[in-house]
Design a protein around this ligand. Structure first.
Ligand code: NAD
Length: 264
């Protein structure tokens, strides 16, 4: 199968690092014009430089915008008024006991993880339906199904994305627009590396060792028994964004190494 996205414009949120960067790279390799987003001009510029090194003939754009409010989302839609592919990847996470999460933090998680995708889909989906073509992907998480007790606020936002993606897929019924969610499991992104760094510094062990041990002890149902790479997650997303994935919509697609212990 050859995935060819030439002539398509893809907006990938929070794509200066981690899973988002790998998705941007995968879409660029497939020939899409990719719009990269991060919170600062410097991070966007450095991601664009890295992408140009990796994919010399890539067609790229970039927009610095913090997606935690409507104004940030508006910066993206003003920069790129129409898109053929929208990947809602922006998402924050962190371990926190339920009793320590105040209202402001709940609201912040909701704005970044849920409302950024809602606002962007509200903008781009209309044009996709009119053109009878388009792809929207929400990057949810296995934590939207297996709610981690030390990240209930995060799990809640990831479940919300599943519901929104399913609803939007039904809204586009009968068209050639698909809307899906992709559920990664533990994945070695910059954010996860940062989360595990303190433990690595304390114990003198490598972050990669700690990550494998985390999967084996805290996500013991993992079948691959290791974290995924960002590229492994991006591969599924690029496929879902391809013309070949035209009969996959309204689905919650797992790239979690088998962590969620169900067959379907
Ligand atoms: P990461 O922290 O490694 O990368 C985050 C990127 O997000 C950076 O480029 C950062 O600049 C950008 N960003 C953060 N807040 C932003 C904001 N308000 N506006 C714009 N950009 C912002 O993240 P990751 O681990 O690659 O996670 C990406 C997505 O994948 C998230 O939605 C996360 O919930 C999901 N996910 C990650 C894992 C994992 O183990 N890494 C597992 C399941 C799901």
């Amino acid at each position: 199968m050859q995935i060819d996205l030439k002539g398509k414009t893809a907006v990938v949120t929070a794509s200066t690092a981690g899973i988002g960067f790998a998705i941007a790279e995968g879409l660029a390799r497939a020939g899409a014009h990719v719009v990269v987003n991060g919170r600062s001009d410097a991070s966007v510029q450095s991601a664009l430089d890295k992408l140009r090194d990796a994919v010399p003939d890539a067609s790229l754009g970039g927009v610095a915008a913090d997606l935690s409010d409507a104004a940030g989302v508006a910066r993206v839609t003003q920069h790129t008024p129409d898109a053929d592919i929208l990947v809602n990847n922006a998402g924050i996470y962190g371990l926190k006991p339920f009793f320590d999460i105040d209202d402001a933090e709940w609201e912040h998680y909701f704005q970044v993880n849920v409302m950024s995708g809602v606002r962007l889909a509200r903008h781009y989906l209309k044009g996709m339906i009119e053109r009878n073509a388009g792809r929207i992907v929400f990057i949810s998480s296995e934590s939207g199904l297996n709610i981690p007790v030390d990240m209930i606020h995060y799990g809640f936002t990831k479940t919300a994305q599943l519901s929104i993606a399913r609803g939007l897929a039904k809204l586009a019924a009968g068209t050639r627009v698909t809307v899906n969610s992709v559920l990664p499991g533990p994945t070695m992104s910059e954010g996860v590396r940062e989360m595990l760094k303190a433990q690595a510094d304390e114990t003198g062990r490598s972050i990669d060792d700690i990550a494998v041990e985390f999967v084996r002890s805290e996500r013991a149902s993992s079948i691959i028994q290791r974290p995924a790479t960002t590229e492994e997650v991006a591969n599924l997303v690029v496929y879902v964004c391809s013309p070949q994935a035209s009969a996959t919509t309204g689905a919650a697609l797992r790239v979690d190494g088998g962590v969620v212990d169900t067959i379907a």
